[in-house]
Design a protein around this ligand. Structure first.
Ligand code: GLU
Length: 501
């Protein structure tokens, strides 16, 4: 592959809004490999502009999991660099200066429309069968009015101007020339009323200021390029090269989602997938080595990487294939190395120590240990749908319990015993089900048994990812109809409102 002229600088720009996602690691891997191939730099930037969803724990877990996979970065929030800070919430003044410049140049404008007005506008557009987009209400307000309203502290956002006609043409390194008419592009909000930038403003400003040469990201961002291209043009900057990588898919070709596949990197770590196997597997997503070998390290990928070899058909994230690959890695270890891995994973004093208080009271012979902890150290037995019959609660209530508990767990900031207990009590109270009855389907979903070690301790031991995966699997086993899914959504929304207040 020929060396690009500019210094190669790539980046991964995760939003710290949830579990560390395998899709983030996949995009990071290709950016990392591309930078390493060209002797360039790989940067980690945190896009935490959505303050209501960003959390410190998500930030920490994302960094930890990328490190666990062996993907190191040259600049980032933890290690600094010439373009610090690398956390967008620490760069608000930078965005403000840039947005002010856009407004002064007439490329952006303050918009005072209220949420009610925008909702009504969208409803009308929808009723007319149109795509919903901002109608330009505040586009040409007289300068004196704008000044007066701003001076009166009227809440407003800043939106970008978008040409009414014409087409945005850009080149994607993987997909060739792409054309998107401006008529499809909304007058995007660039700065929110709270002074935070939106993704579109922050990504352009940061990619430019951080000297990013190649933006390699998921294909879901292709339709955002016209907004970004316009911003580059408005600022008078060269646009970096773009490559939109194919999205990871579930078996049924839909976008990889946690409802159909575990997506958290920590889930794979907790079930004993080796980091080198997971990162190798991610390297097989959309990519094949020139000699077609399937086992390779990130460095070998970096040596061989050639964007022309990336295939655009949606790569399927296949757990069986990942397990097969992990088996290859495990079997290639020496017995000592294998023993070390087992120790690192579970057979260490800390992990086993956590089991002692649970089992000691319930043990008559030491050999009782293994059957008692089988669902904690290994996979839980597959569930049969009938196993959920015969509880005090009926099947529909089982679904409500599992679904609402799962959603509540998804939103839980800390995975500690008391927090889990309080959360479950709140769900049970909301569903108006006696706590003992509420617990029965949870016991089964988590342990695969009617009787197990104490549930809350078990969940703490298993960790958030494996526990939630088991609840999700149990829901799949019982089966949730589309109609029920809607009801669950609505019913839970009412619960989360009560929780928030
Ligand atoms: N923060 C965006 C994300 O979470 C980054 C998109 C990009 O790479 O431009 O996917």
């Amino acid at each position: 592959m020929s060396t690009p002229l500019t210094p190669v600088r790539t980046r991964i720009a995760p939003s710290p809004t949830g579990d560390p996602h395998v899709g983030t690691a996949y995009i990071a891997l290709f950016n990392w490999a591309f930078a390493r191939h060209h002797g360039g730099q790989f940067i980690l930037r945190l896009e935490d502009t959505d303050q209501s969803r960003s959390t410190e724990s998500s930030e920490r877990l994302i960094l930890e999991s990328l490190r666990w996979l062996g993907l190191d970065w040259d600049e980032g929030p933890d290690c600094g660099g010439a373009h610090a800070p690398y956390r967008q919430s620490d760069r608000l003044a930078v965005y403000r200066t840039h947005v002010d410049q856009l407004v002064a140049d007439g490329h952006a404008f303050p918009c005072f429309c209220t949420a009610e007005r925008l909702d009504a506008m969208r409803a009308e557009q929808r009723a007319r069968g149109e795509t919903t987009r901002y109608d330009g209400h505040c586009l040409d307000l007289p300068a004196s009015e704008v000044r007066a309203r701003i001076e009166a502290n009227e809440s407003h956002v800043i939106r970008m101007r978008v040409p009414e006609q014409g087409v945005c043409r850009f080149n994607d390194l993987l997909r060739g020339d792409i054309e998107i008419p401006y008529s499809q592009i909304d007058m995007q909000v660039l700065l929110k009323a709270d002074g935070f930038p939106t993704y579109h403003l922050a990504v352009v400003v940061d990619d430019h200021l951080m000297g990013i040469s190649h933006v390699m990201r998921g294909e879901e961002w292709i339709n955002s390029v016209p907004k970004h291209a316009l911003l580059y043009q408005y600022f008078g900057w060269d646009m970096p090269l773009h490559a939109h990588l194919p999205l990871l898919r579930n078996q049924d070709q839909s976008k990889l989602s946690k409802r159909k596949n575990p997506t958290s990197i920590n889930y794979y770590r907790d079930i004993g997938i080796l980091p080198e196997a997971l990162v190798n597997y991610l390297g097989l997503m959309g990519w094949s080595m020139p000699d077609e070998r399937e086992i390779f390290s990130p460095l070998e990928l970096a040596e061989a990487i050639d964007l022309q070899r990336i295939s655009l058909g949606g790569p399927i994230f296949d757990l069986e294939k990942l397990s097969w690959l992990n088996g290859q890695y495990l079997r290639a270890l020496t017995p000592d190395q294998f023993a070390d891995r087992l120790k690192q994973w579970m057979l260490n004093d800390t992990r086993l120590g956590a089991l002692i208080p649970l089992v000691q009271e319930r043990t008559e012979k030491l050999a009782d240990l293994a059957p008692q902890v089988s669902y904690l150290l290994g996979e839980r037995a597959p569930l049969a749908s009938e196993a959920f019959d015969g509880f005090k609660v009926d099947r529909e209530q089982c679904v409500l319990i599992l679904d609402h508990t799962l959603r509540a767990f998804d939103a839980l900031p800390s995975w500690e015993r008391q927090a889990l207990f309080d959360c479950c009590q709140a769900v049970a109270a909301y569903l108006d089900i006696k706590f003992r009855d509420y617990m029965q389907p949870l016991f089964l979903a988590v342990s695969g048994k009617q009787v197990s070690l104490p549930l809350f301790d078990s969940m703490v031991f298993l960790g958030s990812d494996v526990t939630r995966m088991r609840l999700r699997d149990a829901l799949g086993v019982i089966g949730v109809s589309k109609k029920m899914a809607k009801r669950l959504e609505k019913n839970y929304a009412a619960f989360s409102v009560t929780q928030a207040t």
